[in-house]
Design a protein around this ligand. Structure first.
Ligand code: SF4
Length: 326
């Protein structure tokens, strides 16, 4: 591990000052400390933000929910309003990591976590995400777990977060605070596809801090849920996953929010699936037809062609679970 200095911010202003000077924010540390041990990450200064007032889950005036960035995964998953209004969020959190990690890791840190690509974590391998311009060992290497959507010639790594898939489906907003003040960024624009700069993963500006994630008010009743397909049933990252939320009134689907995980370089919103559903009556045939569009535009690699069909089946199954019908 490379030497670093550690400071604990006593208030938001102190944290932002340290961030502006290049300090790296840390809360639960469940990803960053691992990466520092492996010398993948080498921050010079860590700024501990665990003392900042960002631990609340609150209802917004607009009828949505605001989840503070320092709320732990466990707390968010168990929160009565999260459970009642957005089961898809609770389920995505409960299917992530281990209980011990969920107790430590925060919502802000979860969406900031870095890829599980093994070449990224091996400092002897070519990886443009870690070392710009060095290549991508995964493209010709073992790429079974890698992305089929949103890839570039420079990087094919998946985004590892489950709850980020739920946030993408629900069209959440990320609240940021920086030296120039506050701004709110739609989730779709917060996490960045790799393009030619895979090391740049978020649209954060220098020194900016995530303060909360806001979930918008959606039409009620809203049924929602998260399905995760993985190699083993505990403590494993998704091969594919699907976050689905449906509002059905008068026997017709009025709103559909769908996103997939484990397949994209960012959580993958599925507008073609959503468009296929809205205005239709729930039926097994509808779920099948809508899910068939889930992998549109996929560019599979040598070892992950199976993800195309697995994604379609995952989305279809989750539509059936949430929307009903056999
Ligand atoms: Fe690095 Fe991305 Fe290639 Fe993995 S897929 S080796 S993270 S550039």
């Amino acid at each position: 591990m490379h030497p670093f200095t550690y400071t604990k911010a006593s208030d938001t202003r102190e944290a932002l000052d340290a961030g502006r000077r290049g300090g790296r924010y840390i809360a639960g540390g469940t990803t960053l400390v691992d990466l520092m041990r492996e010398t993948v990450e080498r921050p010079e200064t860590l700024v501990d933000i665990t003392g900042l007032p960002m631990r609340a889950v609150t209802a917004t005036k607009r009828g949505g929910l605001r989840i503070g960035a320092l709320v732990s995964m466990t707390e968010a998953a168990a929160h009565p309003q999260v459970r009642a209004l957005y089961p898809v969020i609770s389920q995505s959190l409960e299917l992530s990591a281990s209980a011990q990690l969920r107790n430590m890791a925060t919502i802000g840190g979860n969406i900031m976590q870095r890829t599980r690509c093994t070449y990224f974590r091996d400092v002897t391998a070519a990886c443009s995400k870690r070392e710009p311009g060095s290549g991508c060992a995964a493209r010709e290497g073992h790429n079974r777990a890698h992305a089929i959507l949103g890839t570039s010639d420079h990087c094919v790594a998946t985004h590892p977060s489950d709850v980020a898939v739920a946030f993408a489906a629900l069209e959440a907003t990320v609240h940021l605070l920086g030296p120039d003040g506050e701004r709110h960024v739609p989730f779709a624009g917060f996490l960045l596809k790799p393009g030619s700069t895979p090391g740049r993963e978020q649209s954060l500006r220098k020194g900016e801090l995530i303060t909360a994630v806001e979930i918008p008010a959606l039409a009620r009743p809203l049924k929602s849920g998260y399905l995760k397909v993985r190699d083993r049933q505990s403590y494993e990252f998704a091969l594919t996953s699907a976050a689905v939320a449906l509002h059905v009134r008068g026997g017709v689907i009025r709103e559909a929010k769908v996103a997939a995980g484990g397949v994209g370089t960012v959580p993958w919103k599925l507008p073609a699936v959503e468009e296929h559903l809205v205005g239709e009556r729930p039926s097994a045939a509808l779920w099948t037809a809508a899910a068939r569009t889930a992998a549109d535009g996929a560019r599979p690699l040598t070892h992950n062609r199976f993800k195309v069909e697995l994604l379609q089946r995952t989305v279809e199954r989750q539509l059936r679970i949430v929307g009903g019908t056999k």
